[in-house]
Design a protein around this ligand. Structure first.
Ligand SMILES: Cc1cc2nc3c(=O)[nH]c(=O)nc-3n(C[C@H](O)[C@H](O)[C@H](O)COP(=O)(O)O)c2cc1C
Length: 383
């Protein structure tokens, strides 16, 4: 069977427009929007746009390499697919599609605690290098059992998300009646009727195969037999997560440990003193705290303060290869991609996500050429 090549998708924005048509409104807005007044979402774009890089001219750029070494592994580009909850609703087995795209591109895929597909299946069916993102549950024993499970499935790196101390305020989800467990409503029903392809290809097929989709990593004890939708307070997100939990995870987890969602120099220093291997400078794509700074506002100072002790990764707002160049120029070693690959997966599963990765790496290559940068290290000299 010939695979779609998405020749009409020329950039991430095209994929976003197409994804909006494919997905029910409730789901599209869940992946696309921010929180509260969506100032943070706008800040991410404005701050990235405001960063200019100064080209060095008359440099032979006929051989350019985006090779990056992240946590000791060389990879062909500095990208990592970010953890995104319920990506498995965006396409049938969407997490597997994303992981396959990551494997094809030679980059890691970070599985979310709140993924629809369990890490064991993602590992088996994708062959990707897997990271596992952790939201700490109220019951710490169950939390440790979860990371043991991720380790046994082959996750090499644990990513503790530290920027979600409480549940964020996303009013559009309330208006759209969208959430997990999925609950029937008139509004959702009309939304589904307007998107029959998604309703059949994703939702109904999933229901036929294994019941109403829900978080796959939640212990079986908390599932009802029919709907698989019951959640328990034991596995709701803890609001008392502290550095003590970081110490616990550092002792318990045998692989690399990353803290995701750092925006302050002092927190980055504390992270370094706790023996974490890397941090992700991130405001969660503008989805959590609407008055947070753009990661690019704080990245240079954080890189300066702790870059010699921990690896610095960053995310939030990448829609172009030049955005990746900007993050690298400011001190990031690698960049996580959230919504961009979700738009890709929404329009064409693995092939859609691969199209986005190809576009971003192609744009990055062009930006490097224009900047007179043969390597990612050269980019750091173009600020
Ligand atoms: C739909 C969606 C779900 C997300 N779920 C998670 C999650 O479960 N855990 C997490 O640490 N970050 C989550 N994030 C944040 C991403 O990992 C990443 O930080 C963010 O998307 C980067 O911004 P970008 O979308 O502009 O690239 C989510 C983001 C989106 C868009």
């Amino acid at each position: 069977m010939t695979q779609p090549d998405f020749v009409d998708i020329l950039n991430v924005w095209d994929a976003r427009t197409a994804a909006r048509r494919c997905l029910p409104r409730g789901l599209f807005e869940y992946i696309d929007r921010g929180c509260e007044d969506e100032v943070g979402l706008a800040v991410n774009r404005q701050r990235l746009d405001a960063i200019t890089l100064k080209p060095s001219v008359l440099i032979d750029v006929s051989q350019r390499s985006q090779t990056a070494t992240i946590l000791g592994s060389a990879q062909p580009s500095p990208l990592v697919i970010a953890p995104t909850a319920i990506a498995g609703l965006v396409w049938r087995d969407g997490e597997i599609a994303l992981a396959k795209a990551a494997a094809a591109a030679g980059i890691p895929f970070c599985v979310s605690t709140q993924s629809i597909t369990a890490i064991e299946r993602i590992a088996q069916e994708s062959g990707a290098r897997l990271w596992f993102q952790l939201y700490v549950w109220k019951n710490r024993q169950r939390t440790l059992a979860l990371i043991d499970r991720a380790w046994a499935a082959g996750a090499e790196t644990l990513v503790l998300t530290v920027d979600t101390a409480v549940g964020p305020n996303r009013e559009y989800n309330v208006r759209n009646g969208f959430g997990i467990p999925l609950r029937p409503s008139w509004r959702a029903g009309f939304d589904l009727m307007r998107h029959p392809h998604w309703t059949w290809a994703v939702l109904l097929r999933a229901i036929i195969a294994s019941g109403v989709p829900t978080y796959a990593h939640y212990p079986d004890a908390f599932r009802t037999r029919l709907g698989r939708v019951a959640l328990s307070d034991e596995v709701s997100l803890a609001t008392d997560v502290t550095w003590e939990d970081v110490r616990l995870l550092r002792r318990h987890w045998k692989g690399k440990l990353i803290l995701k969602g750092i925006l302050r120099v002092d927190d980055a220093q504390t992270a370094a003193s706790h023996g974490v291997d890397a941090i992700v400078v991130s405001n969660h794509g503008g989805r959590n705290l609407d008055c947070a700074p753009g990661p690019t506002d704080v990245l240079p100072a954080i890189a300066e303060a702790v870059g010699a002790r921990v690896e610095i990764l960053a995310d939030s707002g990448v829609r172009r290869g030049s955005d990746i160049a900007r993050f690298i120029a400011l001190g990031a070693r690698g960049v996580l991609i959230g919504r961009a690959t979700l738009y890709g997966v929404a329009i064409g599963g693995m092939h859609g996500a691969s199209r986005i990765i190809d576009l971003l790496t192609h744009e990055l290559s062009l930006a490097m050429g224009m900047l007179g940068a043969r390597t990612l290290d050269d980019l750091r000299k173009r600020r």
